[in-house]
Write a protein that binds this ligand. Structure first.
Ligand SMILES: Cc1cc2nc3c(=O)[nH]c(=O)nc-3n(C[C@H](O)[C@H](O)[C@H](O)COP(=O)(O)OP(=O)(O)OC[C@H]3O[C@@H](n4cnc5c(N)ncnc54)[C@H](O)[C@@H]3O)c2cc1C
Length: 420
């Protein structure tokens, strides 16, 4: 192991070696950590160091379906998503490579009176937040999306501005942005712990030695609970299997001009993908944990539900299937706030999680994390309610759960922090 100030081992990354204190250290080279490092550098910090235990994008960020949805169930979700979508749309003006945002429109159908009541209530909240979202009646929705089985939905909410990004391209975009801005990126370098003095951060311990700093942003996606343990705090977040598949092409799907759809009741979403249809879902009854295997039986249930709603997909072969570990938080809301030790904040630290919404909220969460690291507050959302102090000892949140989320695993009475 070589010290950061020694001028020896970091040269092996081809990034050169620097001595002394870092102005900020960011843990995790996924979309949340990387965009945060870029924002910190853009804000004028001189030495911003990003630590990634493996390779940039190796976590959830390269495996996502890319859905970017502003139709959240809470004002926090709406603000983060609206900001993030605007960020994606503005990337090409500022950056060499953008994240590949495609504006497609998103329809959330309602299948019961209760669904409709809840949707209309959410709609009022979203409109009050300034979103241009509307109720679409069944006939208009069927005209807009002729692939959907007619007569099942009562209509639903529709937002024309929602869309998707291309997740591997997002990894490329943040990598290029960080390197162009001069963020010091260190792959294969793990965060091991933090050192505090009188409640203030003074250094981080890494697999390549001790690095003095007064600012630290901790991310980790599905592995955030373990990152927290290394920092000496409890973070009630976890990871669970999430499956995504793409059907073969079909003439009726070829045009790809139909909106994305989220069947909220089932937790199934789909969107156009190269002449076929991409769809994804998690099994809420499954034990959380790191996921590498495809669950064929559950995939068959997903296909069955899909075929009910989009009949053309019945018996349509699949041409791609993948599985990833998706991050989640107990209330499906982001975590943004300092590391707590014995209930007290460690000054200079910020924990950042997008709670399984890193494509739709990631850069927004990163922006808030950078604001907190620099100023202790953010104009984007009220971060004072999003910290770790909202959870009790069992990981239960005092905030109401965001109802517009994938049905992630929930264990009654305590939070399932699946990745240990
Ligand atoms: C299959 C799938 C589909 C998804 N679809 C969508 C979608 O359509 N829309 C959407 O909004 N979200 C989606 N998500 C969720 C989204 O991908 C995540 O919320 C997001 O990528 C999380 O970003 P992150 O940077 O927090 O975590 P990650 O991308 O997982 O990055 C965390 C990084 O931290 C590193 N790390 C961990 N521990 C340490 C350590 N001790 N030291 C140094 N580095 C460490 C890891 O190696 C990893 O690279 C999906 C996720 C999956 C798996």
């Amino acid at each position: 192991m070589t010290g950061w100030g020694s001028g020896e081992s970091i040269v092996s990354d081809g990034l050169g070696s620097r001595t002394g204190v870092a102005d900020a250290v960011v843990v995790g080279g996924g979309t949340v950590g990387a965009w945060c490092a870029w924002f910190l550098k853009q804000a004028g910090l001189s030495r911003v160091v990003l630590l990634e235990q493996g390779a940039l994008g190796q976590g959830a960020s390269s495996r996502a379906a890319g859905i970017v949805r502003s139709q959240g169930g809470t004002p926090t979700a709406v603000r983060l998503a609206e900001w993030t979508r605007a960020f994606y749309r503005s990337q090409s003006e500022r950056l060499a490579i953008d994240s590949g945002f495609v504006r497609q429109g998103y329809y959330l159908p309602c299948f019961s009176e209760a669904d409709e009541d809840a949707a209309r209530e959410r709609l009022a909240m979203q409109q009050a937040e300034g979103m241009d979202v509307a109720w679409m009646d069944a006939a208009d929705a069927e005209a807009l999306n002729p692939n959907m089985a007619p007569g099942l939905a009562r209509g639903g909410t529709f937002h024309a501005e929602d869309g998707w990004i291309h997740p591997p391209r997002n990894v490329l975009a943040y990598t290029a942005a960080m390197l162009a801005a001069g963020v010091e990126v260190h792959e294969r370098t793990a965060f091991l712990g933090l050192e505090e003095r009188h409640g203030h951060l003074v250094a981080v311990e890494t697999s390549r030695g001790r690095l003095p700093t007064g600012r630290l942003v901790l991310t980790g996606g599905p592995e955030l609970a373990e990152v927290g343990r290394r920092a000496g705090t409890t973070i009630p977040s976890g990871g669970a299997r999430h499956q995504v598949a793409v059907t073969a092409t079909h003439p009726d799907l070829q045009a790809g001009d139909w909106p994305m759809v989220f069947d909220l009741q089932a937790g199934l979403y789909w969107r156009p993908e190269e002449g076929g249809l991409l769809f994804g879902m998690s099994n809420p009854a499954e034990e959380p944990g790191e996921a590498r295997e495809i669950d064929g039986a559950y995939l068959a249930l997903m296909q069955e539900r899909l075929a009910t709603l989009v009949p053309v997909t019945k018996n349509l072969p699949l041409r791609r299937i993948w599985v990833g570990t998706i991050d989640y938080t107990p209330d499906h809301l982001p975590i943004l706030g300092p590391v707590l030790r014995h209930g007290e904040p460690v000054e200079g630290t910020t924990v950042a999680s997008a709670g399984g919404h890193g494509m739709m909220w990631g850069p927004g969460v990163s922006r808030v994390a950078a604001d907190l690291a620099l100023e202790g507050t953010s104009a984007l959302v009220d971060a004072s309610i999003l910290g770790l102090d909202r959870f009790d000892g069992q990981g239960r949140s005092r905030l109401a759960t965001d109802p517009i989320a994938l049905p992630f695993p929930e264990v009654t009475g305590q939070v399932a922090t699946g990745l240990g």
